[in-house]
Design a protein around this ligand. Structure first.
Ligand SMILES: [Zn+2]
Length: 299
């Protein structure tokens, strides 16, 4: 199974669309974190929109994007970090405080994403450049906890162009059946006529996860959601992978930042420290001698 990401132009280049089938990515995330159906839907939606944003918001290979979602729901804080390996391939890692919570389905039969995320709190979106250290930091309120609406609110405030975002994850006890999403952005020369056609098309469309489950290609989906039969494919060889770049050096820097006193406490109490990476669950063990060295480097 492979992820698919395609960029399109619709209505004579007045509308741009990026569409993703993220089924493989979301299934991988489910396995890495041993997620429940509820948390698969939550992290799947977040990972899908963050992947799309890697291709729309990151301008440079040295840019990275960090998204924190701090809602008042039981899943706790969600963190996703993305960068570009090359201009056609995004890398993502994601984690949540409580990845094993499970909630009953809503009366509509849908997974209770907003119940897990919480209906109040905020999104924190940070775009950083490793070389220039340039930083953009945007904070936006959670409006529903359903993820797509929350990011749409953020896009509305931060982008100049009107944007439509849809996200969907179809999951059962056996795993992810389909996951995907799309962003439709209107160029400045898009007119009311195009906007109305798109609104109509979206209102008559099934959720993206169901369209994928029916076997529709990204091109067929882009035609359906824009209502334009003459869409143009711009790029169709984009890709994403899950990648954690943790290493002992980073873990050691984290321990140094605890301070001399705190490190001494760990030495006195346990003589060693076990640190587990939240993104990939790799375990790092540092013994007493190593901790003594880090203590000397610490303040
Ligand atoms: Zn890791």
């Amino acid at each position: 199974m492979k992820n698919k990401i395609t960029r399109f132009l619709a209505y004579n280049k007045k509308v741009s669309v990026i569409c993703i089938d993220s089924t493989a990515l979301v299934e991988e995330i489910r396995k890495i974190h041993d997620l429940t159906p509820t948390t698969t839907a939550v992290l799947g939606r977040v990972a899908t929109v963050c992947t799309l944003m890697s291709f729309t918001d990151l301008k440079d290979l040295t840019d990275n994007l960090t998204v924190q979602i701090k809602g008042n729901g039981p899943i706790g804080t969600i963190i996703a970090i993305c960068e570009l390996e090359n201009i056609k391939k995004a890398e993502i890692k994601i984690c949540a405080d409580n990845p094993h919570i499970e909630l009953p389905l809503k009366p509509s039969g849908k997974i209770d994403v907003s119940g897990a995320v919480g209906e109040s709190g905020f999104l924190n979106i940070i775009r950083e450049n490793e070389l220039t250290k340039g930083k953009y930091n945007g904070v936006s309120p959670i409006v529903s906890g359903e993820i797509a609406e929350d990011f749409t609110e953020y896009f509305a405030k931060s982008k100049q162009q009107p944007t439509v975002l849809a996200l969907g994850v179809l999951v059962d006890r056996n795993g992810v059946k389909k996951a995907g999403g799309y962003i439709i952005s209107l160029m400045p020369d898009a007119k009311t006529q195009e906007i109305e056609k798109i609104e109509n098309a979206i209102n008559n469309c099934k959720p993206i996860s169901e369209l994928l489950n029916q076997g529709l290609s990204l091109e067929e989906i882009a035609k359906q959601v824009t209502g334009d039969e003459n869409i143009e494919i711009i790029e169709e060889d984009l890709d994403v992978c899950y990648k954690c770049n943790c290493n002992k050096d980073k873990i050691e820097r984290g321990i140094i930042s605890l301070g001399k006193e705190e490190i001494q406490k760990i030495i006195d109490e346990d003589e060693k420290i076990e640190a587990i990476c939240h993104f990939c669950h790799k375990k790092y063990v540092l013994n007493k001698e190593e901790l003594e060295i880090l203590k000397k480097k610490s303040k």
